[in-house]
Design a protein around this ligand. Sequence first.
Ligand SMILES: [Zn+2]
Length: 200
Amino acid sequence: MTVETELGTAAETLTIASGDFDVQRISGLRQDLVAPTDPVLLERIKAEAALKAAGFASRMDEDGFRGGFAMPLKTWRLSARFGGQRILNGIPQTPHYGADLAAPAGAAIMAPADGVVALASPAMHFEGGLTMIDHGQGLISVYLHQSRLDVRAGDRIRAGQVIGAVGMTGRATGPHLCWRMKWRGRNLDPTLMTGLRPPF
Ligand SMILES: [Zn+2]
């Protein structure tokens, strides 16, 4: 990988290991949460996709990532790993680009690192209560299915600050936090940022 800036060029060779991923079948979901057809709902989903794209396009000149990342919950159980193939109501979907952390409804979600809130939207169709935090340089962490949001877009937040509460809003079959992360459009397993290594 080569990084070029006006200060110079740095090159580093990265060894990429292959991963291993699960297949997860979930049935009995409401059909509008899997393959919606209602035109009004499709318009809403399109508008929400634009909101999310704008959140992921946030590029704050910050370095909140430098302090490292903590887990966003005090207690949790990994209920679905990052990257698994999802088959919902029998329909294959895009891989699951999050780590699902099962926790009691109402449990506090804490910012894993410093940052600025890029999006805080309480009732998205698929994601439910959704928050995105820009940690700087295009690294965005994402929190889905919240029962409560405690921050607003533009808020500057510190590591450990409570940003909301665990819920099961949107496409969720039980209370959990779906924790996601993107760096400049690429999906990352956020648990890797904490230094944790499976199995856990
Ligand atoms: Zn998830």
